[in-house]
Design a protein around this ligand. Structure first.
Ligand SMILES: Nc1ncnc2c1ncn2[C@@H]1O[C@H](COP(=O)(O)OP(=O)(O)OP(=O)(O)O)[C@@H](O)[C@H]1O
Length: 258
C-alpha cells in the first residue's frame, strides 16, 4: 500500500468565534483528484489555505508523504511540494509566459544577467509537456485566453516540482473549448502522479474529473465518497441539506488505497 501525498487529520481552524473548519479528515493520493464541495462559507477555502500555508491550523495535523508537517507559511507548503493555484492565478499581466514561469526565481547567467535563453528553453519544455498546442509564450499573458492563463499558472507549480496541487474553480470563467483544455490538463497531471484538490461548484467538473469528493457544510465534512458511487442528486443533498449518503460506504483514506 502506498502512502497518501496529503493527510489532513482532525483539522480545526477558527476565526474568533467562527469554526471555519471543524474536525475535518481528508486524504489525497498520488494521481488522484479529490473535489472539495460546499456552499459559500462551508470552509473549503479555509481548509485548503491551511494546507497551502496561508493559515496555521489550531488543532489536528497535516501529514505530507506520511510525515507530520509544520506548515506555517506558503514557502513551507511549497518546500513540501504543495502549491495552490488561486482563482486570480496571480500572474503578472504585462509579462510573457516565460517571465511568469520564472517570476521571482529567474535564471541568471554566470555574469549575473538574466539568462533568457535558458529560461525560454526550460519554459518551452514545461509548456510542451502540459499542452503541446501552447505556443504564444512570448506575448504578455494579458493577451492570452483564460485557459492558456491556467496553463501558465499550473506550469509554474509543476516546474517547481509540486506533487499536490490545490485548484480553485479552474473552469469558472471559461467557455466549453477552454474547459475541455483544462480538463485535459488535469488528466495529464493525474497521469504524471500529481494529486489535485479541486475546489469547485461545478457538477460537470466534479463528475468529469474527480475520483473522490468531499462535501463540507458549516466547517464540517458531511461525507467523503468515491465520485462513481454517488449521484448528482445525492451530492446536491449533501451540499444543500447536509444529508449524508448511507446507501454506499464512505471512501476515507484506507478504502481509497485499496
Ligand atoms: N480570514 C477570515 N477571518 C474571519 N472569518 C473568516 C476568514 N476566512 C473565512 N472566514 C469565515 O470562515 C467560514 C468559512 O469560510 P470559507 O471561506 O473557508 O468558506 P468557503 O467554503 O471556501 O466559501 P466560498 O465558496 O465563499 O469561498 C465563513 O463563515 C467565513 O466567513
Amino acid at each position: 500500500m502506498s502512502t497518501p501525498l496529503v493527510e489532513l487529520r482532525s483539522v480545526r481552524k477558527s476565526f474568533g468565534g467562527i469554526r471555519a473548519v471543524d474536525d475535518v479528515n481528508l486524504s489525497l493520493w498520488p494521481g488522484e483528484v479529490v473535489a472539495v464541495l460546499g456552499h459559500n462559507g462551508a470552509g473549503k477555502s479555509t481548509l485548503m489555505k491551511a494546507l497551502a500555508g496561508a493559515y496555521a491550523i489550531d488543532e489536528g495535523e497535516i501529514r505530507i508523504n506520511g510525515e507530520r508537517a509544520t506548515i506555517a507559511r506558503p514557502s513551507d507548503a511549497q518546500a513540501l511540494g504543495v502549491e495552490a493555484i488561486h482563482q486570480t492565478l496571480a500572474l503578472a499581466d504585462n509579462l510573457d509566459s516565460v517571465a511568469n514561469l520564472f517570476l521571482g526565481r529567474e535564471l541568471k547567467t554566470r555574469w549575473g544577467t538574466l539568462d533568457d535563453f535558458a529560461m525560454e528553453k526550460a519554459a518551452r519544455e514545461v509548456f510542451r509537456q502540459l499542452n503541446p498546442n501552447f505556443r504564444n509564450i512570448r506575448v504578455p499573458v494579458r493577451a492570452l485566453s483564460g485557459g492558456q492563463r491556467q496553463v501558465v499558472a499550473i506550469s509554474r507549480a509543476i516546474h517547481y516540482r509540486a506533487r499536490a496541487l490545490i485548484m480553485d474553480e479552474p473552469c469558472a470563467a471559461l467557455g466549453p473549448e477552454e474547459t475541455r483544455m483544462v480538463h485535459e490538463l488535469v488528466r495529464r497531471l493525474k497521469a504524471a502522479g500529481v494529486g489535485i484538490f479541486l475546489i469547485t461548484h461545478d457538477m460537470p467538473d466534479v463528475f468529469g474529473l474527480s475520483d473522490r469528493l468531499c462535501v463540507m457544510k458549516n466547517g464540517r465534512a458531511v461525507g467523503t465518497y468515491r465520485t462513481a458511487d454517488v449521484t448528482e442528486d445525492e451530492v446536491l443533498g449533501m451540499i444543500i441539506a447536509g444529508r449524508k449518503v448511507t446507501r454506499v460506504p464512505e471512501a476515507l483514506a484506507a478504502e481509497a488505497a485499496a
